[in-house]
Design a protein around this ligand. Structure first.
Ligand SMILES: NCc1[nH]cc(CCC(=O)O)c1CC(=O)O
Length: 318
């Protein structure tokens, strides 16, 4: 391909690092690549994400793609709305980074070592609900801003700890600051955390083919499909915070031959009379070809257990 491929990116350190890996992989195939920075409302506003809406980081990039200002866009997959976008193809899902959440605490502390009353910063309802469910007496402080801003609240002494995605810290070269990588038994990550989504215009089949053949990782695609299917089914049924983690695992079939299956764990909050909140959890295993069904099945199980409900079984969309 002789034309220059323009890749749209947000200007944050994390976005530039993520787009940089995609640009490098494309350059290695001999393609000529140019980065174009696009400012999104999510970069300008400092309001909590739940109030400014899903897609706050992604819509402006998609507008630039459809307008032809850029040819390729790179998102943190977990920031993408679950509904597909007309005219845009998910051309590649590159190999995922470690999807787990990470703690950055003062004095090298782990979660279990933080004394009751410790101030832990996060802007994520999913992280908040799971931290509270641990019953450690932590005080959750809502925060926003880029990764450096959040980390700075620990080094300045304003907070005892913050929780961030391990992948983001590693990508910007700050994995050294992590004091504990949280076990998914305690803290299930956001669906698609640690994965990237690389999009192009559906009509641009040459670029789509180049992206897929250069960057796509089937194992990541399957895992993320299961997690996002769970999220989409729960979004339709309740507005509770959701965590999910799918892993492709080796298993034995009926004849004893080794096959790959998907293991999916999910969590969603249930609210009970009097305001008590609990995190419901469920897990299931399926054939690798059944990722989407697996997500839906697990979502149905969480809804049956009372995900999002205001008083025991029974549902609400609030
Ligand atoms: N919501 C912001 C966001 N989007 C993607 C990442 C990190 C990278 C990733 O999860 O892929 C982050 C920061 C964070 O959650 O700590």
């Amino acid at each position: 391909m002789s034309r220059v491929i323009k890749i749209g990116t947000r200007g944050s350190k994390l976005a530039l690092a993520q787009t940089g890996t995609v640009a490098d992989a494309l350059r290695a195939t001999g393609a000529e690549v140019e980065l174009v920075t696009v400012t999104t409302p999510g970069d300008v506003s400092s309001a909590p994400i739940p109030t400014i809406g899903v897609g706050v980081f992604t819509s402006a990039l998609r507008d630039a793609l459809l307008a032809g200002d850029v040819d390729v866009i790179v998102h943190s997959y977990k920031d993408l709305p679950t509904a597909p976008h007309e005219g845009i193809s998910l051309a590649a899902v590159p190999p995922r980074e470690d999807p787990r959440d990470a703690l950055i605490a003062r004095d090298g502390l782990t979660l279990g070592e933080l004394p009751p009353g410790s101030k832990v910063g996060t802007g994520s309802p999913r992280r908040t609900a799971q931290l509270q469910a641990l019953g450690l007496g932590l005080e959750i402080v809502p925060i926003r801003g880029n990764i450096d801003t959040r980390m700075g609240k620990v080094s300045s002494g304003e907070l005892d700890a913050v929780v961030l995605a391990r992948a983001g810290l590693v990508r910007i070269g700050r994995g050294d600051a992590i004091t504990e990588t949280l076990d998914p038994i305690q803290m299930l990550p956001a669906p698609a955390q640690g994965a990237l989504a690389v999009e192009c215009r559906s009509a641009d089949v040459d670029t789509e083919h180049l992206l897929r053949s250069t960057l796509d990782d089937e194992t990541t695609r399957v895992a993320v499909a299961a997690e996002r299917s769970l999220l989409a089914a729960l979004e339709a049924g309740c507005s509770a915070p959701v965590g999910a983690l799918a892993e492709v695992v080796e298993d034995l079939d009926a004849e004893g031959a080794v096959i790959e299956r998907i293991s999916l764990r999910g969590t969603a909050a249930a609210e009970f009379e009097g305001g008590a909140v609990d995190m419901l959890r469920a897990s299931a295993l399926a054939e690798k070809t059944e990722a989407v069904e697996l997500g839906r099945t697990l979502a149905a199980e969480l809804l049956d257990l009372g995900a999002g409900a205001l008083s025991g079984p029974g549902r609400t969309t609030q």
